[in-house]
Design a protein around this ligand. Structure first.
Ligand SMILES: C[S@@+](CC[C@H](N)C(=O)[O-])C[C@H]1O[C@@H](n2cnc3c(N)ncnc32)[C@H](O)[C@@H]1O
Length: 258
């Protein structure tokens, strides 16, 4: 395991309970919407990478797919097994990184990954491996935070905020880079959207990552001193006494060329 993977594992091993019931990620409408119009045979094989507490995996299982939920953090996979049992869903779990997938070429009809690639030490390895384990015609679906393609200032600001909140954060990948990674690996883009989703409460955002008090202060200072460009991009503000902003979320749907 490299240092970035190790940091992510350490962080999520401590925080796994916060990602189960009641977490904002339990709402999987984003994934359901991404899957609309994709024809996968009933009983098709799906791999959910960096599954966390398994919310995306549960959504895929409810859609009739045979799901393998994978993650490099053992405590997270334990949450998946508990969550699957509670919901009466049959889901296999596998412990491995996103950068090295221990499956034969052409195993899966779908590889999904939601709100995790910004932790990966090598998004390039993740995309290459995903393309390899997909069947010809199979689908690659990624949902993750992103940054604008042409604003180094906005990219640096959000990166700093994320890193202070959770030091295991690595990098938010701009849409153009996702596009290039797919093209390099024989994945044809069918959809690439960026929609703004509300970060609903700065205190909640800190709590889920157990952010240190000093880092919380630094994030508050970054928000207080945000430039016009940052305000234009993320619209930080206050609602009902809570500090919010608007987060660019990328949805990518690509297909392995037959
Ligand atoms: C925010 S959670 C994922 C949420 C989940 N996908 C969902 O839709 O509910 C991030 C997960 O990424 C995992 N992770 C981070 N880096 C990883 C890597 N390089 N390989 C595999 N899993 C990783 C963490 O262990 C954690 O469980």
């Amino acid at each position: 395991m490299d240092a970035i993977q190790h940091a992510a594992q350490e962080q999520f091993q401590k925080q796994s309970h916060r990602y189960a019931r009641g977490h904002i990620l339990e709402n999987t409408q984003d994934l359901s919407a991404a899957l609309e119009g994709i024809a996968i045979p009933a009983g098709g094989e799906a791999l959910d990478v960096a599954t966390g507490a398994g919310h995306a995996a549960f959504c895929l299982a409810r859609a009739g797919l045979r799901v393998t939920a994978s993650d490099l953090t053992p405590a997270m996979l334990q949450r998946v097994r508990e969550g699957a049992a509670e919901r009466g869903l049959d889901i296999r779990t596998r412990e491995h990184s996103a950068e090295t997938l221990p499956y034969r070429d052409g195993t899966f009809d779908l590889v999904s990954c939601r709100v995790a690639p910004h932790h990966f030490s090598s998004p390039a390895d993740f995309v290459r491996e995903s393309a390899r384990v997909l069947k010809a015609g199979g689908w690659f679906v990624v949902i993750d935070g992103t940054v604008p393609d042409d604003s180094p200032e906005a990219e640096a600001w959000l990166h700093q905020v994320e890193k202070l909140r959770d030091p295991s954060h690595n990098r938010l990948i701009p849409p153009r880079e996702w596009h290039a990674l797919c093209e390099q690996n024989g994945l044809v883009i069918r959809k690439l959207d960026v929609a703004f989703r509300k970060q609903p409460d700065l205190e909640w955002y800190f709590e889920t990552a157990a952010t240190s008090p000093e880092n919380r202060e630094q994030v508050r200072a970054l928000i207080a001193t945000a430039t016009d460009e940052i305000r234009r991009q993320y619209r930080p503000g206050e609602e009902d006494g809570k500090i919010i902003w608007w987060w660019p979320m990328l949805t990518l749907v690509a297909q392995k060329v037959a």
